[in-house]
Ligand binder design. Structure first.
Ligand code: SF4
Ligand code: SF4
Ligand code: SF4
Length: 304
């Protein structure tokens, strides 16, 4: 059952730049609680706009719908609501270790529950018949979704990492949802496809709603086995960075969001991740945290 349960000093929020956790304000907790309570309706609205973009019969009509999606996802009015940042598999696990171990106010640090997009749209991938348990809430987000009574349960960092492993294997994109306004509102690590997830579907149709993480994929063309022997990257990339042109696998690196989904299944071992030089969100989610243990960044400090 849903109930609002703010306890002053005991609801932790994440501070990405300083890599610490401190108490969240009543206002932010309330805003995100209201968002959480209305999430299925917002998801359905995003879906309707996406349907409208796809169904538009004129460029003007299409642009109008795209503008609607941009307003929903990134207008000034909604800047205090969650926005997504795509992170690699390695980075998503760093966030779990951090969230579970960082010192800060008392409260749940990690919880998991059913995918709200799948619930809202009743849309599942092939072979799936009920909402997958893959919506990982963090910090005060874990408290809010517990308050909302939406079937969430607290888990350890190791349990969260196991879910991330399974999602990565299925080709789901890890997205850290945080608040642009303050840079302090990380409260969910989502694991998404490009159909039920309104964020990724909307991004592919409008270019808004999610952002590039601190890593980027590169491909050694000489190692690529081609579409007949492999073609896995074309199938797996949710952002269409790989495609087949004249029977060849073409990779457009400018479309890469840095999710790492194509790397693990590349039969030719042609794909690898690199540090993105023009990463724009250092003040919200630092490379020191996300890239810890890679590219010469120190391993995560052991907290507590
Ligand atoms: S954003 Fe992703 S994991 Fe989160 S509710 Fe939507 S599809 Fe599920
Ligand atoms: S997954 Fe790797 S080997 Fe397979 S087509 Fe893509 S780049 Fe080539
Ligand atoms: S190219 Fe690979 S790493 Fe980049 S967005 Fe596509 S699947 Fe993710």
């Amino acid at each position: 059952m849903s109930h609002f349960h703010y306890i002053k000093g005991e609801r932790p929020q994440f501070l990405g730049l300083e890599q610490k956790s401190e108490s969240v304000s009543f206002f932010r907790y309330l805003m995100h609680y209201i968002y959480g309570a209305n999430e299925p309706a917002i998801i359905r609205q995003a879906k309707n706009i996406c349907d409208g973009i796809e169904a538009a019969t004129t460029p003007e009509e299409r642009q109008k719908k795209i503008n609607q999606f941009k307003t929903l996802s990134s207008s000034k009015m909604t800047q205090s609501l969650p926005h997504a940042l795509v992170v690699s598999h390695n980075a998503s696990k760093n966030v779990m270790d951090f969230a579970y171990n960082v010192e800060g106010p008392r409260g749940a640090r990690i919880a998991v529950g059913p995918c709200v997009c799948q619930i809202a749209l009743k849309k599942y991938p092939s072979g799936v018949t009920e909402p997958e348990i893959k919506d990982i809430t963090l910090f005060y987000g874990a408290d809010i979704y517990n308050d909302l009574g939406a079937g969430y349960k607290e888990i350890t960092a190791d349990e969260a990492k196991q879910i991330l492993d399974e999602c990565h294997e299925k080709g789901y994109v890890h997205q850290a949802l945080y608040c642009y306004n303050s840079g302090a509102g990380l409260f969910v690590m989502c694991n998404c496809d490009d159909q039920a997830c309104g964020v990724i579907r909307g991004y592919n149709l409008s270019g808004a709603g999610t952002d590039k993480g601190p890593e980027i994929c590169s491909r050694d063309e000489t190692k690529c086995l081609g579409v007949d022997a492999c073609g896995k990257c074309v199938e797996r990339c949710r952002f269409h960075a790989s495609s087949i042109v004249d029977g060849k696998v073409v990779f457009d690196q400018s479309k890469c969001m840095g999710c790492e989904v194509c790397v693990v299944t590349c039969k030719g071992n042609a794909r690898s991740m690199q540090e993105r030089e023009d990463y724009e969100f250092e003040d919200i989610m630092s490379k020191k945290l996300l890239l810890a243990g890679r590219y010469g960044y120190e391993e995560l400090e052991v907290f507590a």
